[in-house]
Design a protein around this ligand. Structure first.
Ligand code: C5P
Length: 227
């Protein structure tokens, strides 16, 4: 068992993109690097939480002190989350694909057949909303992310209500002055949105943002345990 302010608590973190297959060799993905989610899992473990990281395909090492489960699709990610319950803390940092191909081909689609493949899509399960709306096994603190390119605060606050999570970590993913973006980058500018109000954090390294979020979580549990 770990020591630290989160000792005795179990945390679940999703991170990275998902890959949604088109056929056995092709998939649909997105630009998430997993850096922020992986850093959060590591920070929670450092504060003593028993941490399970459920990661989509990323080019990152498994963080130290964390159990990591690797998945590819949104459906696998949801199943892994459900299998990990009960948990005290859930942080959904993964960039889950909104849609998957519902006419996935069992064999490689051949160009030689002529014509163009016709993909048809269906909606993926929303992992954050699913965890937030559980009755008996809902984690005590459910945290979602909102990557927005405009009206960051308004959109993120609306998302908190819609998804039913407790906190939203909002960030602006529009391309910055230097032409670099948050996705794949090393830094992040976060607004932490809770029922009580919002905190605007300065731009900082993703590792520092992870540390600050883990400390806010520890603070939340120390207050809620006193009451
Ligand atoms: O709706 P949107 O994708 O912008 O919401 C982002 C938040 O919802 C993130 O916390 C993300 O991890 C979570 N999410 C999820 N499952 C989905 C879509 C988003 O857990 N299918």
């Amino acid at each position: 068992a770990g020591t630290g302010p989160l000792a005795g608590l179990k945390a679940l973190v999703t991170s990275g993109p998902t890959h949604e297959p088109i056929d056995p060799v092709r998939y649909i993905a997105n630009r998430s690097s997993g850096k922020q989610g992986h850093a959060i899992a590591a920070a929670l473990a450092r504060l003593g939480a028993e941490t399970l990281l459920i990661s989509g395909p990323v080019n990152l090492p498994d963080p130290l002190g964390v159990s990591t489960k690797h998945v590819e699709t949104a459906r696998e990610m949801l199943a892994a989350c459900e299998a990990a319950l009960p948990a005290d803390i859930a942080v959904c940092a993964a960039a889950v694909a909104d849609w998957r191909v519902d006419n996935e081909a069992g064999q490689k689609i051949k160009k030689e057949k002529g014509g163009l493949p016709q993909l048809s899509f269906t909606e993926n399960p929303d992992i954050l909303a699913t965890l937030s709306k559980l009755n008996h096994s809902r984690p005590r603190l459910v945290i979602g992310f909102a990557a927005e390119t405009e009206n960051v605060i308004e959109h993120a606050s609306a998302k908190r209500e819609r998804k039913g999570c407790d906190w939203i970590v909002a960030n602006d993913v529009s391309v910055d002055e230097t032409g670099g973006g948050v996705m794949g980058g090393e830094e992040n500018t976060i607004h932490l949105i809770r029922a009580e109000g919002r905190e605007d954090w300065p731009r900082m390294a993703k590792s520092a943002a992870a540390e600050k979020l883990a400390r806010a979580i520890a603070q939340h549990f120390s207050l809620s345990d006193e009451g």
